[in-house]
Design a protein around this ligand. Sequence first.
Ligand code: GCB
Length: 645
Amino acid sequence: MLRVLCLLAVVDSVLLLDSGMLFPRESASREVKELNGLWAFRADISPSRNQGFEEAWYKSRLIESGPVIDMPVPASYNDITQDPSLRTFTGWVWYEREVVVPTRWITDEEIRVVLRVGSAHYYSVVWVNGVKVTEHNGGHLPFEAEIGSVIRKDPTAKCRITIAVNNTLTLETLPPGTIQYMNDPTRYPKGFFVQNIFFDFFNYAGIHRSVLLYTTPKAFYVDDITVVTDFSDNAGLVNYKVSVKGSAAATLKLTLMDKEGHCVASSSGSVGALKVADVKLWWPYLMHENPGYLYSLEVHLTAANDKSTSEDVYLLPVGIRTVKVSSTQFLINNKPFYFHGVNKHEDSDIRGKGFDWPLIVKDFNLMKWMGANSFRTSHYPYAEEILQMCDQHGIVVIDECPGVGIKDIRSFGNASLTHHLVVMDELVRRDKNHPSVVMWSVANEPASEMPPAQFYFKTLIKHTKDLDPTRPVTYITNSNYARDLGAPYVDVVCVNSYFSWYHDPGYLEVIPIQLNTQFEDWYAKYQKPIIQSEYGADTLPGLHNDPPLMFTEEYQQAVLQHYHNVFDQKRKHYVIGELIWNFADFMTVQGSITRVVGNKKGVFTRQRQPKAAAFILKERYWRLANETGKLPYWTNIPIYAMKLH
Ligand code: GCB
């Protein structure tokens, strides 16, 4: 009982924001309408970038205030046209689309109609039929607005949705940046300015994920659900809390179903625990013969008045598993888990950071092909659909917020910290129920040796633990172990290092000694498990040299092999994972002469073709899986992967 109560307290602590952000799913009471496709688009190229607001472009159709072009949604706008100024545009761009809303949604006052944007980078303002319905600060998380009252004002009118998006990064955005005006008329054209950034990927912008309309009942509806799972022996435990908006008279019924649709537990009331006999745990890929097992939690809300009965139904996939960290191990379901995986980016030709199912499925096939059991969402939250795939396939995720490039001391100020806390609220609210998410990463390579970093990370990490005491929290460091001021607060030390690349370039022989020293130093100081969260080398596919020279396929292979030798020593003790930088080549800014049309540290090209290093990783990851998992009669191993065994 005490255990249940403790876990319920955990469930309770998560709900700090005043509303939920459940992924829109169709059910008996909910409909979803996707608004993806072609939208009208215009960049505000006025020197102030403010013409759109001054002239209120949202008040009438966008084409009436100036020329428009077709823009696909979801996609970054940068690589869609031949216009170099749109590729690097900084400022407001305007999107618009007219939507046919089902008549019933308008005439039936009992229906709540919500407009939801999966993500738009960076700052967004949204109008419906010229009426502002919401704005959102932040480029990688969803936001929504109830629009029923606006579309009901004139039921005969089309529903015109206008979204203005501004990609400007400042010292207080996440990631941070600065705008620098170049005022010397002898060197720069009039009004010339640049967006400086402190991170190594292209600042793609636009509406990056799906725009949807969805419905729920209006009088009452399921606003949020939090589940926290546990097990003991054969019994699983799903502690839940449901937050309901609207009528208090509604009754809640919860049913947990297995994959075959059989009810395995049921309950009522907004807070409680479901006990599952003969539980099938959620296991990572390659750790168990049946990974990614998901139950389905049906949350059923009903209310009756003298005339009728109405209901709201929401179905949440639930994986039952636990996560714990000791001083030397990362435990999933009390068994040691070793991360052998990748760092990724949301990045591809033409669509930039736009959501794309073919790309996502291809990436999952490649990760499973190479035996990767995990990835980090470097350097920002990825689309929810990607996490759903991870849940289903058992791919373990370190979920990172967009706190990348916090290098300027001014980005450690109050305004930045406050925003960072809100972003963590939004991230945890969105991703808390994914079994695949096993750890939060609050930042990547901040200037953690600067004095204000101590308070900043202490506060941020504590806040994240308060939001979700069930998952460990980390940030990714490349600081010196002796000067890193945030490390005392993390649960797992995640270190990036590029020996023989940025340090001692070309000298492969330094890797064993430097990597060994790195691990020994960090462990001696903190006695916390360590993940090598990045390592790698830029490599041009098809470029060869033996003995290995930098940028050749041979050099990338050699770097990996040198690192792997050390990992094999240390993983017997306290190293709990290795994540290659990077899964695939990705686009960067032109600002750095160390990048030739992007960062080439991928083991796959940007088009997802393997470099020689991909085969090294494939062999290694399957070998590691065979050592640590139980795979002899693994049923899902495709034929091509079986050959290795
Ligand atoms: C890093 C960063 C990552 C870069 C990578 C590199 O440490 O975390 O964003 O892309 O190094 O290739 O330089």
